[in-house]
Ligand binder design. Structure first.
Ligand SMILES: Nc1nc2c(ncn2[C@@H]2O[C@H](COP(=O)(O)OP(=O)(O)OP(=O)(O)O)[C@@H](O)[C@H]2O)c(=O)[nH]1
Ligand SMILES: [Mg+2]
Length: 484
């Protein structure tokens, strides 16, 4: 366990249910004062000092001085260490009135050494007290913020220790390698060759390097599930961009008219496409002859384009392919310079942007010559749709899914997927392990090998929170909501 002086001397309290009204509202208290607080505030047949741990009791919360009843509640006392934080924990289940909950909370924090909990502090204590590791603590926050069912299920696997397990397995293999190298350090003058560098390197590659690389390879898939992808709808005025947004959302979100220049600003919404969280952005149609307000919208569209992972370039199938469509394609695919944008705002390296060409209004075309478009936009998926009738929308969703997951689909549920922080540490561990392998091949002295070994262990330790610095911990827990 890490050494954090005084961190759990204070008793902390927070409302654990979201603001607003609900069936019930829960206040959570953790720390040495928990039971004493309950004794002062709770009035019932069974006094709190006689509570059986982990059992709910019915009673009333009363004002500590006036003894006036604040709310009728169920209360539970959970004795350490079998609790969320491993400390004494009390939960008060009141009616879901935020006002009353706040009133109870205000009384609780008047007790000595008791204060409001910071965001994520309950989970932080669970981590600092060694009940969960850092990957599990991160999973808690992720679970609450998951945008799709698949994202939530990834977080649950991580909470259950799937990622932690893989890291430990790799660490154990590293420890075994270290043991062999340490023997070589301790007996430098042995006649017999203790260190079979060849065999040891093979083992290092098989048991450490390859599993590390495999785990790292799943980071991209994890990023898609966690953060989703940003998709921008781009096209000339009036081609049906807003209609497409509405069609994908299955609601009338954006204003649609037959007038070009209807959309003046960017509109953003979240979609769930087969488990991929998609932030979809409708933009103002791009044209030369726009007036001032529209011009601002167009500039915003271009900014959104810079941030996008994927562009849906919408064309009007009834009008056929226009010269401006080709220009916009060049812009979308990031092959052309945007004259109105200074060079330094170009965030994405040239040629990296994914584009799907969407031929809209096919309901107004007797026979569609799709080959015309596939010829013009070679190498890019072309999907024919009607935003009015909904025809082709499934194929479009499929194309977005394919582009977002790199044609691999989402990884199987239950598998570990490193997040960005883990991936950075894995990468550094992998580099150190590679150095060890090189060192073994070059017959470097074992004490030199030990340095890289130590480094690799530390990078893995960062992931599970053993060697993580305080400011990184603070950053992680600051993202939590109150009461968690
Ligand atoms: N027949 C037919 N009409 C469509 C289709 N999609 C859009 N429209 C019509 O095309 C017109 C323009 O649609 P919008 O969705 O406003 O087009 P937009 O690209 O957002 O236009 P701006 O915001 O002005 O750039 C409206 O009259 C729509 O009803 C389609 O698939 N079929
Ligand atoms: Mg529009």
């Amino acid at each position: 366990m890490r050494d954090f002086p005084d961190f759990n001397e204070a008793t902390i309290a927070a409302i654990a249910t979201p603001p607003g009204t609900g069936g019930i509202g829960i206040i959570r208290v953790s720390g040495p004062q928990s039971q004493a607080i309950l004794q002062q505030l709770f009035q019932a047949k069974t006094p709190p000092q006689n509570f059986i741990s982990h059992r709910l009791y019915f009673g009333a919360i009363v004002h500590p001085q006036t003894r006036q009843v604040i709310d009728e509640v169920l209360a539970v006392y959970m004795r350490a260490p079998r609790t969320y934080t491993r400390e004494d924990v009390v939960e008060i289940h009141g009616h879901g009135s935020y006002l009353l909950l706040q009133e109870i909370l205000a009384q609780i924090v008047t007790f000595p050494s008791t204060r409001l909990a910071e965001p994520g502090e309950f989970t932080k204590r669970a981590f600092l007290n060694g009940r969960i590791d850092l990957t599990q603590a991160e999973a808690v926050a992720e679970l609450l913020g998951a945008k799709t069912k698949e994202g939530a299920s990834l977080a649950v696997s991580q909470l259950r220790g799937v990622l932690q397990g893989e890291i430990w397995k790799i660490r154990d293999a590293l420890v075994a390698v270290r043991a062999i190298i340490e023997v070589a350090i301790d007996f430098p003058d042995e006649e017999v060759e203790i260190l079979d560098s060849q065999a040891l390197k093979a083992r290092l590659v098989r048991e450490v390097q390859e599993p590390l690389a495999r785990l790292l390879a799943r980071a991209d898939g994890g990023k898609v599930i966690r953060e989703g992808v940003s998709v921008v709808i781009l096209g000339r005025p009036n081609v049906g961009k807003s209609s497409l947004l509405n069609c994908l959302l299955r609601e009338d979100r954006a204003i649609v008219t037959e007038l070009p220049g209807t959309t003046r600003d960017t509109i953003e919404e979240w979609l769930d496409i087969k488990g991929v969280p998609v932030r979809i952005v409708d933009t103002a149609g791009i044209r030369e002859t726009a007036e001032a307000v529209e011009e601002i919208g167009i500039r915003r569209a271009r900014q959104k384009l810079e941030e996008a992972d994927l562009v849906l370039l919408v064309l009007d199938g009834a009008e056929g392919l226009q010269a401006e469509d080709r220009t916009l394609f060049e812009v979308a695919a990031d092959k052309a310079e945007l004259s109105s944008l200074p060079a330094q705002t170009k965030l994405i390296p040239p040629g990296c942007k994914k584009v799907v060409v969407v031929v809209n209004k096919v309901d107004r075309v007797a026979t569609l010559d799709l080959a015309l478009y596939t010829e013009a936009f070679r190498g890019v998926p072309v999907v024919a749709i009607s935003a009015t009738t909904g025809e082709g929308i499934r194929s479009l969703e499929e194309a977005v899914y394919e582009a977002a997951t790199g044609g691999q689909g989402l990884q199987e549920p239950g598998a570990a997927a490193p997040n960005v922080r883990h991936a950075a540490a894995l990468q550094r561990a992998l580099a150190a392990v590679y150095q060890i392998g090189e060192g073994l091949a070059a017959d470097l002295p074992p004490d030199l090998l030990a340095i890289d070994l130590q480094a690799a262990m530390a990078f893995l330790g960062d992931i599970i929170g053993e060697t993580t610095t305080d400011d990184v911990l603070d950053m992680i827990f600051a993202e939590f909501c109150l009461g968690k």
